[in-house]
Design a protein. Structure first.
Length: 183
């Protein structure tokens, strides 16, 4: 009988711990209006790095540390990628996985209904499937901050984004997420 009671307590303690992790991640997301971070992005083995700022809902501004000085900007409706050598791409954000990654209400609702996976006792992973997009979101188990995501882009390239040097709720300029134009 003691053995059964011990196993019952152990299982319930584990469920309580996972529930509190989920609640802490949701609370943390609820308290974030915007955040800035450095990133390293692996697109099918090609590594790029830079800095991004995200403001909920669905706004992002990224500068890449590469010879083309690529920028990526979303104003919440459209997504533009522009380089100094004249490349210019414009997409509806609804056609990209960023539509979901940049929507904290979507993330919170999905997390509430998903089971988490603990990786190496350090990371929490949630896998979300939406409109043929599989999105893996990773959080730090200690501070519940977003660590990155993995998804496929519109061309079916595997994209893994790692986040570091996270700064939360920084003041932003009014037109920070203004889309660049084709020059």
């Amino acid at each position: 009988m003691k053995k059964i009671l011990f196993i019952f307590l152990l299982i319930n303690l584990n469920n309580f711990t996972l529930a509190s992790i989920k609640e802490n991640i949701i609370n943390n997301l609820n308290n974030i209006e915007n955040f800035n971070f450095n990133f390293e992005q692996n697109i099918n083995g090609k590594i790029e790095s830079g800095n991004c700022t995200i403001e909920y809902p669905k706004k992002i501004f990224c500068t890449y540390n590469n010879i083309n000085n690529k920028i990526l900007v979303s104003n919440g409706r459209s997504l533009v990628i522009k380089t100094k050598n004249g490349d210019f791409y414009r997409y509806s954000i609804k056609r990209t996985p960023l539509n979901y990654i940049l929507d904290k209400n979507f993330l919170i609702e999905e997390i509430k209904n998903l089971s988490e996976r603990v990786i190496n006792d350090q990371y929490i992973n949630y896998t979300m499937i939406k409109d043929d997009n599989e999105i893996n979101i990773f959080f730090d188990k200690k501070n519940y901050n977003l660590l990155g995501w993995q998804t496929l882009d519109v061309y079916q390239n595997l994209i893994i984004t790692y986040i570091s040097s996270l700064k939360v709720n920084q003041p932003l300029k009014k037109n920070f997420f203004k889309l660049p134009t084709l020059d």
